[in-house]
Design a protein around this ligand. Structure first.
Ligand SMILES: [Zn+2]
Length: 74
């Protein structure tokens, strides 16, 4: 069976090895050992705090549902 390519960017959930700022909002601090969302960006990764990750996922689901609706209506 031919592999159907995914349109989703590679993401992972991991724990910060050291404290750093969230890449969506510099006032959000991710503490060492804190859970974060890792999103592939070219050859590196972007890291987001849990509240930002929840928002990003919610928005992307809405966008995918909109895309699905548009294809279902063709
Ligand atoms: Zn954040």
């Amino acid at each position: 069976m031919p592999r159907v390519k995914s349109i989703l960017i590679r993401v992972e959930i991991d724990q910060a090895k050291k404290a750093h700022n969230c890449q969506a909002n510099a006032s959000h601090r991710i503490e060492r050992g804190g859970t974060r969302l890792k999103v592939r960006n070219g050859r590196s990764w972007d890291h987001y705090c849990v509240p930002c990750a929840a928002l990003i996922i919610e928005r992307d689901i809405a966008e995918l549902q909109d895309l699905q609706r548009r294809f279902n209506n063709l």
